[in-house]
Design a protein around this ligand. Structure first.
Ligand code: SAM
Ligand code: SF4
Length: 359
């Protein structure tokens, strides 16, 4: 097996090849089996959420570096053969990708060792209403839509775009579709939407969706994150607990959200507490950036250069190319640390913002 180049921050190094373990599935040195690959399709976006992107002056990925649909399909096939079962399309805003329906169609027809894979998407919902029928026809099976506020002025301030109506239209279309469970994501922020947490949950229940609050993470491309402005899991639960009885839902598995049943059910609410209650021990996720870098953690400063592997193996046979991609994925998994260490004084925020990593 050939050792493959890895970009670390701005440096490139060549790691020791990772051993192939067991049945070839993606098991890291801490025993975590990886089944979920998040593929960022673009770093561009129709919004400019303050916690994710700067208002202006973002350094965009070069268009020539963005993976083609053929390359994404090829990589997804290799990943599925190594046990990846769920592909989540994200960004930036995945619906900005002109060939988004084709991407969904090509990935959703892939079969892994355990059967057909699942294709999910995280989106801000803009243009979703128009594209949803085609996406479902192409094989999309699940949707997460992000909405941090249902107040029009706050939405415009927070996203720097007056497009709440477009998002609500997307949510209505998703709610009317057969895609379930339908999840709505909201980043909780002090002084921004922390007075609206109950209203957001009620809104989600009214449309038949599940609200998941996300603790704000140090992943904004402006590097302005500040722990003091982050609303914690405890504060979210306190606020919701004043309105409803919340009973923990057991059986979380590798899911990032802890869930609570609301007033005995059937509705549930989730909290993704990446900062105050990290769930790294059960993490089964890998990421592929739009410009072809594998990442084993949102917060990692190491990247594994798929683009280089694809270029170097351009003249190789399909089997050799697949093995080169598999070797890179194994190296990426092998290099995964036990946790993200946000609380460690030596923690360094990744150079990429969330929009360029893929949330
Ligand atoms: N544009 C799509 C969207 O907003 O759903 C997909 C990409 S976005 C990066 C994916 C998710 O990451 C969204 O739910 C967003 O709220 C979340 N996110 C972005 N920056 C974040 C941050 N600094 N902390 C926590 N969540 C963040
Ligand atoms: Fe765009 Fe999503 Fe980032 Fe908001 S969170 S700026 S919608 S990529």
């Amino acid at each position: 097996m050939t050792a493959v180049p890895v970009a670390i921050g701005r440096r490139t190094t060549t790691p020791a090849p990772a051993p192939e373990r067991g049945d070839g599935r993606l098991v890291d040195t801490h025993g975590r089996v990886h089944r979920d690959l998040r593929i960022s399709l673009t770093d561009r976006c129709s919004l400019r959420c303050t916690y994710c992107m700067p208002e202006q002056g973002n350094e965009w990925l070069a268009r020539t570096s963005i993976l083609s649909t053929d390359e994404i399909e090829e990589v997804a096939q290799v990943a599925a053969s190594l046990g990846i079962r769920t592909f989540r399309l994200t960004g930036g805003e995945p619906l900005l990708r002109a060939d988004i329906v084709d991407v969904v169609r090509r990935i959703s027809r892939i079969e892994g060792p355990d059967g057909p894979v699942e294709v999910a998407m995280t989106t801000n919902g803009i243009t979703l209403a128009k594209k949803l029928p085609e996406l479902i026809d192409a094989g999309l099976s699940r949707l997460n839509i992000s909405i941090d506020t249902i107040d029009r002025q706050k939405f415009a301030d927070l996203t720097r775009r007056d497009r709440l109506d477009d998002v609500l239209e997307g949510i209505a279309a998703a709610a009317a579709s057969e895609l379930r469970p339908l999840k709505l994501n909201a980043v909780a922020m002090r002084g921004v939407n922390d007075d609206e947490l109950v209203d957001l949950v009620q809104f989600a229940m009214d449309v038949g969706a599940q609200l998941r609050f996300i603790e704000q993470m140090p992943l904004d491309s402006g590097h302005t994150w500040d722990r003091a402005s982050m609303v914690t899991r405890e504060e979210i639960l306190e606020s919701l607990g004043a309105r409803w009885r919340l009973d923990p839902v057991p059986g979380r598995g590798g899911a990032p959200a802890e869930k609570w049943r609301i007033d005995g059910g059937p509705h549930e609410v989730g909290v993704i507490a990446s900062v105050t209650a990290p769930f790294c021990g059960a993490c089964d996720r890998l990421r592929l950036t739009a410009d072809g870098q594998f990442r084993n953690c949102l917060f990692s400063n190491s990247e594994y250069d798929l683009g280089a592997v694809l270029r170097e193996s351009a003249a190789s046979s399909p089997a050799e190319r697949a093995e080169a991609i598999a070797a890179l994925l194994r190296s990426c998994v092998h290099g995964k640390l036990p946790g993200h260490a946000i609380d460690d004084p030596s923690f360094l925020q990744p150079a990429r913002g969330m929009n360029a990593i893929g949330g």
